[in-house]
Design a protein around this ligand. Structure first.
Ligand SMILES: Cc1cc2nc3c(=O)[nH]c(=O)nc-3n(C[C@H](O)[C@H](O)[C@H](O)COP(=O)(O)OP(=O)(O)OC[C@H]3O[C@@H](n4cnc5c(N)ncnc54)[C@H](O)[C@@H]3O)c2cc1C
Length: 405
């Protein structure tokens, strides 16, 4: 029987549930307080620049991304696998690449100073061990402990794995669950990290295209809700089901969700600061991510090297990312990058905009088998699976499949 279903939140999880439920023939209405769809996946288009709201990439090997996105239409283009790692003492970059996928880098990769031969062997072993890894449960081991147990040297963990995955987890200790690491490692190994031509926001916009004006209600804040009703500022409405896709903090505050003690604390999210700089200089334009271990900037990405459309012709766009909000002031950032890219280069950089995202990724996540349900309300979102595009989409997909039953 077709049902009338409310979805509160038009982030990736809410959109995923909406599209799936619509496909199954249900009558849906999605509410979002913002005038734009996408929640944490949005881009701003300013003076010819595309600025994602926080540096973010898509891994096309995410199963749910393959289900929901039309890759051809998104015109994806990828970073080079691996990274350029800055060595503070030699003031030089080393390339860590994947020789199996990019044979041209074999020599630099084999002889660089970050990884020992044993580390390189272990990387290959981990690659084989995690091929098609499915995140069925949590390991209850931190990523750092898991990597140590696997046998990696401290030099390799601190010189590559930590700075690379700190940028993904948005925390420096690699304290997230080892199975989540294995899942992401497997996905990084089976596809490049990519950006859509229109910015990361194009992902959510593409999903929203399949929804009508009646189905997608933007700029409408939900004040309260029960399992069968939604109250906005102006109206109340009855539904057969209500799905809360508001993000963990709002689900707790507005939606009355109760979680275990560690997830209830005030600091439920990890922050990140992304600052955008532009320059006409092509000198450091590279498809490799720049990792800066021990620096207050975690990583620098040249976005126009991957997608030219991110800046007007003749301009190069960099995103400079600082986790734990250590680098905010644009002048200080430029100064701190002088030893890295050189004074002449840094003199050409101009600051465009800074995004300080206080609630970027949930610190804890549930990896729920079944959709989280309390008082008849269904709760979806990245925190119910794992903090990623895949996790958010999967939570929405699973919920729709369960309603189908
Ligand atoms: C800076 C950054 C970098 C990231 N990098 C990556 C990456 O590289 N790869 C990756 O896989 N993942 C990445 N992620 C994670 C990924 O973007 C998120 O996990 C995912 O977008 C979360 O989607 P969601 O639907 O769970 O929540 P959200 O996107 O937070 O959606 C919640 C929605 O609910 C709405 N809402 C809240 N309260 C109300 C209310 N009262 N009434 C109506 N609407 C309401 C909000 O406006 C919002 O649109 C990153 C996230 C950030 C922020």
């Amino acid at each position: 029987m077709n049902k009338k279903i409310a979805i509160i939140g038009a982030g990736l999880s809410g959109l995923a549930a909406a599209l799936e439920l619509k496909k199954l023939g249900h009558q849906i209405k999605v509410f979002d307080q913002s005038v734009k769809v996408g929640g944490r996946v949005q881009s701003d288009h300013i003076d010819g620049y595309t600025l994602d709201r926080g540096f973010q990439v898509l891994l096309p090997s995410y199963e749910m991304a393959q289900h929901y996105f039309d890759y051809e239409d998104l015109k994806l283009s990828g970073f080079q696998p691996g990274a350029q790692i800055y060595n503070q003492s030699s003031q030089k970059f080393n390339i860590i690449s994947d020789p199996l996928r990019d044979p041209s880098t074999l020599l630099v990769t084999v002889f660089n100073s970050v990884a020992s031969l044993k580390d390189k062997y272990l990387i290959l072993k981990l690659k084989l061990n995690t091929k098609n890894f499915e995140m069925k449960s949590l390991s209850n081991t931190t990523t750092y402990s898991g990597l140590k147990e696997f046998g990696f040297s401290d030099k390799f963990i601190n010189g590559f794995l930590k700075p690379f995955f700190s940028g993904v987890f948005l925390e420096k200790e690699l304290s997230l669950d080892f199975n989540f690491f294995k899942y992401l490692f497997s996905k990084f190994n089976s596809s490049q990290a990519v950006l859509p031509l229109g910015g990361m926001g194009a992902l959510s916009e593409q999903m929203a295209k399949s929804l009508s004006q009646e189905e997608l209600k933007l700029g409408i804040k939900v004040e309260s809700f029960t399992q069968n009703s939604v109250q906005t500022q102006n109206a109340g409405e009855k539904f057969d089901h209500v799905i809360c896709a508001m993000g963990q903090d709002q689900a707790q505050k507005v939606g009355g969700l109760k979680l275990k003690a560690e997830s209830e604390s005030a600091e439920t999210y990890r922050p990140v600061v992304t600052s955008y700089f532009t320059t006409p200089s092509e000198k450091h334009s590279s498809k490799y991510l720049y990792l800066l271990p021990g620096h207050k900037v975690n990583h620098v990405a040249c976005l126009t090297a991957v997608q030219k459309s991110y800046a007007p012709k003749g301009q190069v766009l960099y995103s400079v990312n600082s986790i734990e909000s250590e680098a905010r002031d644009p002048k200080e950032i430029i100064q701190s990058l002088v030893p890295v890219f050189g004074e002449t280069e840094m003199k050409t950089w101009s600051h465009l905009k800074t995004y300080e995202i206080k609630k970027a990724l949930p610190k804890n996540f549930l990896n729920q088998d079944k959709t989280l349900s309390q008082n008849g309300i269904l709760y979806i979102g990245d925190y119910t699976q794992h903090p990623s595009i895949q996790g958010a989409l999967e939570s929405g997909y699973k919920c729709a499949q369960e309603i189908k039953k």
